[in-house]
Design a protein around this ligand. Structure first.
Ligand code: GLU
Length: 429
């Protein structure tokens, strides 16, 4: 968690974020069209008035409004997390040979298998998710162990012990002929080796794990945060696995409405027939919305509305092309024999490119160059590498290069020193 500022003022200022979410909830409460999922009898009994919204930042602050402590089953929202578990276990190559990443363009319970490779199209439709479940752990792992493994994995993501809703589990088992058919077909095609029945039972149990929307938003924030659970700080998922999971959520997370969803909302997401929608804004937020009535595509009616509004009003569409209005080079001044170059903002590829192009164009009537990073807020691997590369090129031109990096943003103090870049400790005048 980010260190809180030590303020003297002890008044009652309250962040308005909860109020924003409450307004969103109230504005959408009356949009109560749609139907509860009925093919799982227990879900048809859900209270259609339930409605809640939660948001968790990558720093671990959770905001929630409405029915935020009511539990519901993950259903298809379990699929991205089970896929993450399998990727963590077997690696991307192994998984890609067995389950594809293309949108199927068909309903979630369609038996879609790629003809040449025998792979299910993706892990977000039932046939792909059953395959993923069957690939977890070893071939001969008893079904109960696989279920327990996932329940425990989901609990680490949520940061609390989650349980399985036995009523929903048994209710779905009674009507799961289609899922059992898929299990047998997958086994017949040797996608997995375990007993088909046990694998499908395990998949249905994975779908019946209960969460509330706060849990859902924390699980989403973990994906958003390169796999680090924002409350416990545990690295539950590898960053590249989180990236892979989010990529598939973009193309296949919202059933066959995924294209429209992404154009309208622009947030990687996964919905489930229980009425939940999980949203993940990379590097920023995990979002959870729950309301049981679904539209014809199987997505929560209120959930879709809330996400559209969230995206529009809070500027969360990841394809937004509004540029930030700062330049990476804030100022260049010459003081005696020194050229001081002040940088600002975030240091990633595009800002580093801007800095390097300015370094290329500058006139150097000096012997020393000081790069001042005091106003740089953060840097990623590529930004660091590119800046260091630029500094070496200045050295090759015969200039003395010093870095002013009081917050150690570049985190390459040692190698920079080894490379002959002088590290300034104190603030320049
Ligand atoms: N357990 C449900 C099924 O397999 C999940 C479906 C969903 O949420 O899309 O039918």
């Amino acid at each position: 968690m980010a260190p809180s500022l030590l303020l003297r003022y002890c008044g009652g200022m309250k962040s308005p974020v909860t109020d924003y979410l409450n307004e969103l909830l109230e504005r959408n409460r009356n949009h109560d069209g749609g139907e509860r999922a009925s093919y799982i009898p227990e879900l048809a009994r859900a209270n259609p008035h339930r409605f809640g919204i939660a948001m968790t930042t990558v720093e671990g602050r959770t905001y929630s409004v409405g029915d935020d402590n009511i539990e519901f089953t993950l259903q298809s929202m379990s699929k991205p997390f089970a896929y993450a578990a399998a990727l963590d276990m077997h690696g991307k190559e192994y998984m890609s040979e067995r389950v594809g990443v293309e949108p199927s363009g068909e309903a979630f319970n369609e038996l879609s298998i790629e003809e040449d490779s025998n792979r299910p199209d993706n892990p977000m439709i039932n046939v792909g998710a059953i395959a993923v479940h069957g690939l977890l752990l070893e071939k001969d792992t008893p079904s109960q162990e696989r279920i327990e493994y996932l329940r425990e994995f989901f609990s680490r993501l949520a940061g609390r012990e989650l349980t399985i809703d036995q009523d929903v589990f048994t209710s779905e088992l009674e009507t799961a002929e289609r899922n059992f058919a898929m299990g047998h077909m997958l086994k017949g095609l040797s996608v997995f080796d375990g007993p088909a029945h046990g694998v499908v039972e395990g998949y249905i149990a994975q779908c019946a794990v209960k969460v509330n929307i706060r849990d859902l938003s924390v699980m989403g924030a973990t994906l958003s945060n390169g796999g680090i659970q924002p409350h416990t700080r545990e690295q539950v998922i590898e960053p590249l696995v989180a990236r892979q999971v989010l990529s598939v959520m973009v193309s296949a997370g919202m059933y066959d409405a995924s294209g429209t969803w992404f154009a309208d909302v622009g947030i990687p997401a996964k919905s489930g027939v229980s009425g939940g929608i999980l949203g993940v804004l990379p590097g920023q937020l995990g979002l959870g919305v729950f309301s049981p009535s679904l539209d014809a595509k199987g997505n929560s009616v209120r959930g879709i509305r809330v996400f559209k509004e969230l995206s529009d009003r809070m500027g969360l569409h990841i394809m937004d092309t509004e540029a930030y209005s700062y330049h990476a080079v804030r100022a260049v001044r010459q003081v005696g024999d020194e050229l001081i170059i002040e940088l600002q903002g975030r240091l990633e590829f595009s800002n580093a490119e801007e800095i390097l192009s300015q370094l290329e164009e500058l006139e150097y009537n000096c012997t020393d160059v000081v790069i001042d990073l005091t106003r740089v807020s953060e840097a990623n691997r590529v930004g660091r590498h590119m800046l260091l590369d630029g500094l070496h090129r200045l050295q090759e031109e015969g200039l003395q290069v010093s870095l002013l990096d009081p917050d150690n943003i570049l985190k390459f103090k040692n190698s920079a020193q080894d490379d002959g870049i002088h590290y300034l400790r104190s603030q320049q005048k």
